[in-house]
Design a protein around this ligand. Structure first.
Ligand code: G4P
Length: 531
């Protein structure tokens, strides 16, 4: 519908997932370099010092020199309009990191070639897997000594349960890294040291059929190894199948070195070629196609106190269909209100740009006077449909909250409830009592500090957190059929309820989960809860 089809179809919106230090920031910077979004890649989001300058949204970020919040980077490349959803890179990521994945249409997975699949990648992958979005793998740091290539692919397949299909193949690693073999073109693209840190220069390409030149380029030993590996590879690896890639069952794999800028543009080109235009989204009236419906969006993240002086909140929305125009009236479905969105803006790493229009696939931030909740739908005034909610993800760290000054009970409850509503923390109560005892659950431990800091600074309430040993949480999927009082678990299991009164179980280890399931036949437990 309308003339915005072309704009929507050139959009590609993806998130980058990786374990800290795998090279996500470096890769993003190199992407931006190709897109010409900035002159100097390093200025986007450098290390500690630059990061301080970039975001002063929360004191805590400054103190620790890390980025708690995430932002969206948009750039143009080869006719595409690309949105990269940046996720907090530090180990202490939060539930927001997961929610950001809900707004992406595909994911780029960066893996350190010397390490393989690491803990955080595993967690983020799980969420991508749940959504069935395409995942593209970049195995980074080939300029350092890497693990065996077959072993790395095997690791991805076994650890993550996704088939791999190498788009190219590395020739050596570390000091012996010579470039990659392009499987489609059947040629070697040689790595040259002189290209370091600059745009990828014109690489030397030699076809494998031209064996004499291949040997001259690589040396006999590397050439023999490569020819042997190609043979093995062609016999053993999964056939390339775009349908499977799109369904998130097969991941195309590229090798390179983000730091020295080898293989980045090759990867970007392959990625853009294979990834999808903005995906349709599920709503209560069926799937909404991006180009067939007028404007609609959903809120996937709420960022409080971006400007402390105003106590403001910004709601981040993913546009799912049509075109957004800053002057138009929209309906906030959950609030049942027709309104204009205030100060629509694009949030970049170091700037906020007020925007007048945006299209399906784009992410916008709008001023939130405290009316939006995560998962809310915004659409045209005449429409009333709702997008499927965003799941609540399982926290992995728990603490009991003790209030220091019991006279401030009201502020305390208000503060903690508001912070929970924004989705920074989850709060639980003993299943058979009220708000007397509150247990806080977080995805990343940094959120404990954020909670303490915000309660003190915004609500003037001092708290003490007492860590609890629980590491696993499970919602009861068939709660109507289960009598919580009668449920028998292990002695270290705790019964609690969430803000909506849903029963939950906390466990110290996964063994207890198994025991509890064994002891209560018919009990169904889940790791996610749909709002
Ligand atoms: P992250 O966002 O995933 O956490 O990783 P980031 O890009 O910040 O990279 C982590 C470290 O790894 C950085 O080094 C970075 O320079 C380095 N790195 C990234 N890609 C490559 C690569 O392809 N090869 C090599 N050899 N190193 C790479 P650092 O010492 O922590 O920071 P810096 O002082 O170099 O900025």
């Amino acid at each position: 519908m309308g003339n915005y089809t072309e704009e929507i179809n050139r959009r590609r919106t993806f998130a980058i997932i990786s374990h800290p230090d795998a090279g996500k920031t470096t890769l993003t910077e190199k992407f931006l370099l190709y897109g010409g979004a900035i002159n100097l890649a390093g200025s986007v989001k450098g290390k500690a010092t630059a990061r301080h300058a970039v975001s002063d949204w929360m004191e805590i970020e400054k103190e620790r020199g890390i980025s708690v919040t995430s932002s969206v980077l948009q750039f143009e490349y080869d006719g595409y309009c690309i949105n990269i959803l940046d996720t907090p890179g530090h180990q202490d990521f939060s539930e927001d990191t997961y929610r950001t994945l809900m707004a992406a249409d595909s994911a780029v997975m960066v893996i350190d070639a010397s390490k393989g699949v690491e803990a955080q990648t595993r967690k983020l992958f799980k969420v991508c897997g749940m959504r069935g979005i395409p995942i593209f793998t970049f195995i980074n740091k080939m300029d350092r000594d890497a693990r065996d290539t077959f072993e790395l692919l095997d690791d991805i397949e076994k650890e993550l349960g996704i088939a791999t299909c190498p788009v190219n193949w590395p020739i050596g690693s570390g000091k012996a890294f010579q470039g990659v073999y392009d499987r489609e073109k059947k040629c070697v693209i040689a790595y040259s040291d002189t290209e370091k840190g600059t745009k990828e220069g014109k690489a030397t390409e030699v076809t494998v059929e031209d064996e004499a030149n291949l040997r001259k380029l690589l040396g006999d030993e590397a050439a023999d190894k490569l020819l042997g590996e190609i043979e093995l590879l062609d016999g053993a690896s999964a056939e390339f199948d775009l349908e499977m890639v799109r369904a998130g069952q097969l991941t195309p794999v590229c090798f390179g070195s983000a730091l020295t800028n080898f293989g980045v543009e090759i990867f970007l080109k392959h990625f853009l070629n294979m990834t999808t235009t903005p995906l349709p989204r599920k709503a209560d009236i069926g799937m909404i196609e991006p180009t067939e419906q007028e404007f609609s969006a959903f809120v996937f993240k709420i960022q409080a106190n971006m400007n402390k002086a105003h106590r403001d909140r910004v709601a981040f929305m993913r546009i799912c269909s049509g075109k957004f125009d800053a002057n138009m009236e929209v309906r906030h479905v959950q609030g049942n209100k027709v309104m204009r969105l205030s100060q629509p803006q694009q949030i970049m790493a170091d700037e906020r740009k007020i925007l007048s229009e945006a299209y399906a696939g784009d992410i916008i931030g709008v001023f939130d006077p405290g009316i939006f909740s995560i998962g809310d739908t915004i659409c045209m005034p005449k429409d009333k449909f709702q997008y499927e909610g965003i799941p609540t993800f399982a926290p992995e760290h728990f603490a009991r909250v003790r209030q220091m000054d019991t006279m401030k009970r009201k502020q305390f409850v208000k503060g903690i409830e508001q912070i929970a509503q924004e989705g920074a923390i989850q709060i639980f109560q003993e299943y058979n009592t009220g708000m007397e005892e509150i247990i806080v659950g977080v995805v990343g431990v940094l959120q404990f500090d954020v909670l303490k800091y915000r309660l003190e600074n915004e609500y003037n309430v001092e708290i003490r957190l007492e860590n609890l040993p629980y590491e696993h949480i499970r919602w009861i999927a068939n709660k109507e059929e289960v009598d919580l009082a009668k449920l028998t678990g292990t002695s270290d299991m705790k019964k609690v309820k969430d803000m909506k009164g849903n029963p939950l179980l906390l466990f110290v280890n996964s063994w207890s989960i198994g025991m509890t399931l064994d002891r209560n036949k018919g009990l169904v437990l889940t790791e996610f809860s749909r709002n």
